[in-house]
Every structure is written in structure tokens, then in C-alpha cells.
Design a protein around this ligand. Structure first.
Ligand SMILES: Nc1nc2c(ncn2[C@@H]2O[C@H](COP(=O)(O)OP(=O)(O)OP(=O)(O)O)[C@@H](O)[C@H]2O)c(=O)[nH]1
Length: 316
């Protein structure tokens, strides 16, 4: 959840606050729609909306019978509570699953159960919409994956947070020959195969997949050791992409095409090279420097005979 989406200064009250004090709070703050209710350990216990409070109060003898009772008797004890690390998409999913008849106007955000703020549903929707427009602007039109700008932004943010992350730079081998022989439409199909294989081996809730362009992809892993994921991506891609070749090419193990100098050359079926780096955020200060590290690792990976993963020892 983006910290800017959360309103930390929203009024909270203890669950033992009397109903008349709650009504008073709604009277004095006309823009207040709901009050989160916490216990003495700051744990979020429930919520009371302006409408719920006024309903109780305006019933016949509602004020006389209830004004001195603690609000815990009347509060919604099962409000939507999400942890601050929850992604916007997951929060939105939980929100839509929680809606019964009324649209939930606000929900509570906690850190390990402790109240830290409230989010207005409208703000969540606005942020998601802005994010979607932004993603669409920078997305690769073929794979719809985020391009260079969001890739750099993601890496800059992780450096700022001094996070433990890995960057994998993926590049297809013998892609040009395949593209030249089978045409760009099949070339696009090979790129799509790679995008699907990468997605299948990443945790899309924590890892970030970017498409630099053409047959180049960047994966930012937050996982512990992504070396095995990268090895599986290479193996899987080499296998999956075979379906794009014809029978003869499969029998020969490759195709004939012209190299950049115009010489007829045999190219084995496509494989994948991945340069993997583990930047040290205390020493690397820019996304640009991380990208240079990843590029160098990819160059080393390209030297491997049938593709594969090159794990760089350089961390800055
Ligand atoms: N189909 C398709 N082809 C593309 C796209 N972007 C770039 N290309 C083509 O990709 C080819 C260049 O890819 P390279 O990565 O240099 O080819 P390679 O044979 O794998 O060479 P190395 O990466 O040096 O191993 C050129 O033929 C480009 O026209 C795209 O979006 N779709």
C-alpha cells in the first residue's frame, strides 16, 4: 500500500469510549465518516460509521438507553482490515469481496495488527487508476510488461530502501536468425513464450518483471536465491520455444540463416542467457549503475555455450 494513500491522522477512539462522546466527535468533525476503534494496545478492534452511530441514537429512546454505553457494543467488529504491506491490487480484491450491500467507504490499515491509518476507498480506486494509466503508458505493447521507466523506478526505490534484491538480465540467443527465417510475427511469438516462462517462474506479488524491448527482459527478484529460478527459466524457455520451429529445423537442431556480414551460417535453436547480479545498495547508488552491472553480467552469460545463468560476483 502506498503510504500516501493512508491517512494516518484520522481520529481513533478507544473501544470503551461512550456512545455520546462518539456522537460528539461526529458532530464536531463534519467530514468524518467513520472512526476506527482501538484497544489499549493500539490493536484495531472495529469501526463505527457516522450512519451506524446516528441510527442507534435516533431510535426511540436510543439516546436515553445507549448514550453511556461503550462504543464496543455497537461497533462493526469485522471491518475490513489490511496490513500495510498489502499491495493495492490485493487490498482492492479484499475490498470488493467484502462489499455486501453498502460500499465500504473506509478501511483500516495495520502493521502487525496495530492501527496505523485509514484508507478511503475512493483514494484507493484513484491510486489504482493512476497506476494503471501510468503502467499502460510505459508498457511494452507486445507483452504489456512495464518498460524502461518503471524498471528504473523500481530499482531506484529498492536502492533507497536498502533492500536485498537481485537483478536478472535475460536475452535470447539466435533470435535474429529465427526472426529473419520465420518472420517478425513468429519472432513476436518467441518473445511471448519467454514472457510466459518468466512469469511462471517468478512470484509476481513480490518480483518485478520488465520488458526492455525486443528479446531483452529484466527481472527484479526479491526472493532469497533466484539462481535456481533463473536456471529453470533458461531450461524451460529452450524447451517451450521448440514448438515454433518446423520439423526439419527440429531434426537438424537449428536453422540456416545469414550472419551480419551476409555469410550463410547454421544457428542452433534458440536458448536463453541470463546475467544475474546482487547489487549492494550501500555501495551502488543509482539505477543506472545497477543496469550497467546487469549488462556486464549478461555479456558474460552470452559467452556460455548453450545459454544459461552467469552469476556475477561483482556487487557494485
Ligand atoms: N519479432 C520481433 N523482432 C524484434 C523486436 N525487436 C527487435 N527485433 C529484432 O531482433 C533482432 C535483434 O535481436 P538480437 O538480440 O540482436 O539477436 P540475436 O541473434 O539473439 O543476437 P544476440 O543477442 O547478440 O545473441 C533484429 O532482427 C530485430 O529486428 C520485436 O519486438 N519483435
Amino acid at each position: 500500500m502506498k503510504p500516501t494513500t493512508i491517512s494516518p491522522h484520522s481520529l481513533t477512539l478507544n473501544i470503551d469510549t461512550r456512545l455520546d462522546k462518539v456522537i460528539e466527535a461526529f458532530h464536531t468533525q463534519s467530514d468524518l465518516n467513520a472512526i476506527p476503534l482501538i484497544d489499549s494496545n493500539d490493536l484495531a478492534m472495529g469501526i463505527i460509521t457516522r450512519r451506524q452511530a446516528l441510527d442507534i441514537y435516533t431510535r426511540e429512546f436510543g439516546r436515553e438507553l445507549n448514550s453511556r454505553k461503550p462504543i464496543r457494543h455497537f461497533m462493526d467488529t469485522a471491518p475490513l482490515i489490511v496490513e500495510s504491506i498489502t499491495s493495492l491490487e490485493e487490498a482492492s480484491y479484499q475490498l470488493t469481496n467484502n462489499i455486501s450491500e453498502d460500499l465500504i467507504q473506509e478501511f483500516i490499515v495495520c502493521e502487525q495488527g496495530r492501527y496505523i491509518g485509514i484508507v478511503k476507498t475512493i483514494d484507493l480506486l484513484r491510486t489504482i487508476t493512476e497506476q494503471q494509466i501510468r503502467s499502460a503508458r510505459y508498457a511494452n505493447p507486445l507483452t504489456l510488461l512495464p518498460g524502461n521507466v518503471p524498471i528504473s523506478e523500481t530499482i531506484s526505490r529498492l536502492l533507497l530502501q536498502q533492500a536485498n534484491f537481485w537483478v536478472a538480465y535475460c536475452d535470447i540467443n539466435h533470435f535474429k536468425a529465427f526472426n529473419d527465417v520465420y518472420g517478425y510475427s513468429q519472432g513476436d511469438a518467441a518473445i511471448t513464450v519467454l514472457a510466459d516462462v518468466i512469469k511462471a517462474h517468478c512470484d509476481t506479488t513480490t518480483d518485478f518483471i520488465g520488458h526492455v524491448g525486443g528479446d531483452d527482459f529484466i527481472i527484479v527478484f526479491n526472493s532469497k536465491s533466484p539462481e535456481s529460478n533463473c536456471a529453470a527459466i533458461c531450461q524451460n524457455f529452450q524447451q517451450e520455444v521448440l514448438c515454433l520451429y518446423d520439423k526439419k529445423a527440429l531434426e537438424d537442431g537449428g536453422i540456416c540463416s545469414y550472419d551480419r556480414r551476409g555469410n550463410s551460417t547454421f544457428y542452433a535453436t534458440m536458448s536463453l542467457s541470463i546475467g544475474l547480479v546482487h547489487p549492494d545498495p550501500t555501495k551502488v547508488t543509482s539505477a543506472h549503475a545497477v543496469s550497467a552491472l546487469a549488462s556486464d553480467a549478461k555479456k558474460e552469460a552470452k559467452k556460455l555455450a548453450d545459454g544459461g545463468v552467469y552469476l556475477s560476483r561483482r556487487r557494485h
